[in-house]
Ligand binder design. Structure first.
Ligand code: BTN
Length: 246
């Protein structure tokens, strides 16, 4: 076991990612350390957004990794492996879930989890990776204007023991991370692609040229999303270059 070999709990933090980065500046934490909290006063989301999470209701964790066998150009593989681990956890309780590229976890059209990965790269090697995961478990009311949040409770009408969920999530992400380290990139990438939200479904997207009808067909090794338009052209997008229209 790598992920979940060591746990650090703090009742309140500004952000588990920020706290992990500060700890890593002064010491080396064992690989797979999970730092978790009940409440974040400044939880970080993608693109400078805040991550909303009610006190004591959800999983708020950062996993410290040293994925030195993964080249910086292939760092998206870490995101793929962890997204798949979160999906494995959710499938313990739900029939299905999808990954909205690049790494939002969706159940139907609601977002149940988000990942914020912060890598430190030195001499063309990933020195350390802080993988922050926010997974909505028991929260039933969301106050921020985040689009379509859902939680396990909202979807099933039950409440969950966060300690049990944390252990299961750690097992499920560990399995996928070890698969990645063992070199099985092909399986990670193909499972990721087949779990994509809206894969092969014609729907509306918006890019720099406006709204268009397209379908997701694949993701490259480096994490670019490939979308086919109605003219049969395939365009590759970086994160932030493409919006999914509801
Ligand atoms: C997203 O915007 O989808 C990414 C959200 C990531 C939130 C998690 S919560 C635990 C960890 N600490 C943070 O400050 N952010 C991540």
């Amino acid at each position: 076991m790598i992920i979940g070999s060591n746990f650090i709990f703090c009742e309140n933090l500004s952000s588990t990612n920020t706290y992990s980065a500060n700890r890593l500046r002064i010491e080396t934490l064992p690989e797979g350390t999970i730092i978790y909290t009940n409440f974040q006063s400044a939880g970080k989301g993608q693109m400078g957004n805040q991550w909303e999470s009610e006190d004591g209701s959800n999983l708020l964790i950062s996993i410290v990794l040293y994925p030195r066998v993964v080249d910086p150009e292939e760092q998206f593989l870490i995101s793929m492996a962890l997204s798949l681990g979160i999906c494995d956890f959710l499938k313990r309780y739900l029939p299905d879930c999808k990954i909205k590229w690049p790494n939002d976890i969706y159940v139907d059209d609601g977002k149940i989890a988000g990942i914020l990965i912060e890598n430190s790269i030195m001499n063309n090697k990933i020195e350390s990776c802080i993988a922050g995961i926010g997974l909505n478990i028991n929260q039933v009311k969301f106050l921020s204007d985040a689009p379509n949040p859902v939680s396990l409770s909202l979807l099933t009408g039950r409440t969950y023991d966060l300690g049990v969920c944390l252990n299961q999530l750690s097992e499920d992400t560990d399995r996928k991370y070890r698969q990645l380290l063992s070199g099985d990139r092909y399986t990670i990438r193909s499972e990721y692609i087949s779990s994509l939200y809206r894969l092969n479904k014609w729907s509306d997207f918006k890019d720099i040229n406006g709204v268009f009808s397209g379908r997701l067909i694949s993701v490259t090794q480096t994490g670019l999303l490939q979308v086919e338009n109605r003219k049969g052209e395939v365009v590759e997008y970086m994160f932030n270059e493409l919006k999914f229209i509801p």
